[in-house]
Design a protein around this ligand. Sequence first.
Ligand code: ADP
Ligand code: MG
Length: 297
Amino acid sequence: MSNPENILVCDGLVKIFKTEEVEVMALQGLDLQIKKGELVAIIGKSGSGKSTLLNMIGGLERPTAGRIYVDGKDLFAMTEAQLVSYRQNTVGFVWQNSAQNLFPYLNALQNVEAPLYFKKMSEKARREKAMELLKRTGIDHKAMSYPTQLSGGEQQRVAIAVALAMDPKILLADEPTGAVDSKTSDMIQDLFRKLNEELGLTIIIVTHDISLANKVSRVIMVSDGKISTEKIMKEDYRKKLDELSTENLKEMDSHEEYSVLDKARRVQLSEEVLKEAGIDSHMVRVEVVDGKIIISK
Ligand code: ADP
Ligand code: MG
């Protein structure tokens, strides 16, 4: 929280869902810092807690324990009215299912205009702003079309324009390319990158789409409700990103992987790593050799 560059800080987030029979610990003390203007992908197996985390950042879900700071402000210490305003003005949401993003009985332009009714704006200004957003997301030529008349990818472009309508500081997207084919997915990915670069918008995308993750400079892996590893894009790859086509990029070694050390100095090792090292017991030997920590049987 002390670093003013951080637009978002998650501090020890815990979420326990209680149903009649069982308790599920969806987040298990998750820490995360995101700088202003970052484009981050969150990946992880189904059920690892990704949506829970995103909904919490969006102010839709309260943590059982832990805090979220946005621009240094403690999100869940806000009053209910402040939280409503936060959801309306500070964050924009794009969901996987475009039906969840759009009103079916409004055309594309009207969908983008809808959130703008919360602002004091003339009808003309509202219409202009909505058109400008549709242009930015490359779908202005379908402004008068209704959601059912648009393809999945086109619907997502409209949905992104809707999410941008209130000039959010953070754009959150939960599996935005989960329901479209890979070509459409590529176009949507490029749109997110463009918005990030042109507007300096902070964007957090939950995805299981590896090709999307490959194009993002920071990839966060969530496992069992915690962040286990982070991948940071290599500098030479970043430079090539604009020159090469997506096809060529898929084959390249894009990121450097780091394990995350939490506040209690814990590191989570993946099953793959343990297997490769032939470690199958629950006890390991830890020693420091030449400034390196060696973990062995
Ligand atoms: P992901 O998005 O990574 O697939 P989720 O955040 O949706 O994972 O879910 C994490 C865990 O929390 C899962 O075990 C899921 O079943 C559980 N969970 C999520 N939401 C609820 C809820 N509203 N009630 C009960 N359990 C939930
Ligand atoms: Mg999910």
